[in-house]
Ligand binder design. Structure first.
Ligand SMILES: O=C(O)CCC(=O)C(=O)O
Ligand SMILES: [Fe+2]
Length: 201
């Protein structure tokens, strides 16, 4: 069973208007290949963020790829993307076909173990536009993905993002909802997540 929330024995998935989930979008063998190659060839970075007057290290490693003009502004910094690799371009094409959308950039997250995480946030930067479609691919260790309503934190959903899965977020998912990947006290192996985005330039 993948879903963690249940109602009368029926698994509750994310409402269709917020996201669609595709398990085994990539085969296990394909996924393991991508995980291995992306782990080793990506120039991973650990960003520092300013929070509560402290400089904190982001609890995961990241990398940003995309078309040259897909510059991403965050906390007063401008991030220039790395150039597409053949692997990332082929992933982008498959994901674009399924999502029925074009993307010009991808953010890679590397969760090294259960201590790595991403805390509650929405991907609502202005350059993503209103109601963006964001396609999220996961390789490696399955991790829990939580979603909660911004105005009612008790209104929430959880799913497990499995090896080779594709989650397409859409509608008002970024406007009215937040998401996270929580830390886990159970031992966790490597996971790489890729979120394909269209940055308006
Ligand atoms: O790792 C994930 O599944 C989510 C990553 C995420 O939310 C993000 O990069 O904005
Ligand atoms: Fe996100």
């Amino acid at each position: 069973m993948n879903q963690l929330t249940f109602f009368e024995n029926k698994a509750l998935s994310i409402p269709d208007e917020l996201a669609s989930y595709h398990n085994a979008f990539f085969s296990t063998a394909e996924s393991m290949g991508y995980l291995d190659r992306l782990t080793t060839v990506t120039p991973w970075n650990q960003e520092t963020i300013h929070m509560y007057g402290k400089m904190l290290k982001t609890p995961r490693l990241t990398a940003w790829y995309g078309d040259e003009e897909s510059i991403y502004q965050f906390s007063g910094n401008k991030y220039h993307p790395l150039k597409w690799t053949p692997d990332l371009l082929s992933l982008k094409e498959k994901v674009e076909q399924k999502a029925g959308e074009k993307f010009n950039s991808v953010l890679l997250n590397f969760y090294r173990d259960g201590n790595d995480s991403v805390s509650w946030h929405s991907d609502d930067e202005p350059e993503l536009g209103t109601n963006p479609v964001i396609a999220s691919v996961s390789f490696g260790q399955p991790r829990r993905f939580d979603i909660r309503n911004k105005s009612d934190h008790q209104h929430k959903f959880s799913i497990e993002l499995e090896n080779g899965s594709l989650l397409v977020m859409k509608g008002d998912m970024q406007k009215n909802w937040e998401h996270r990947v929580p830390k886990s006290i159970r031992p966790m192996k490597h996971r790489i997540n890729l979120t394909f985005r269209m940055i308006n330039t």
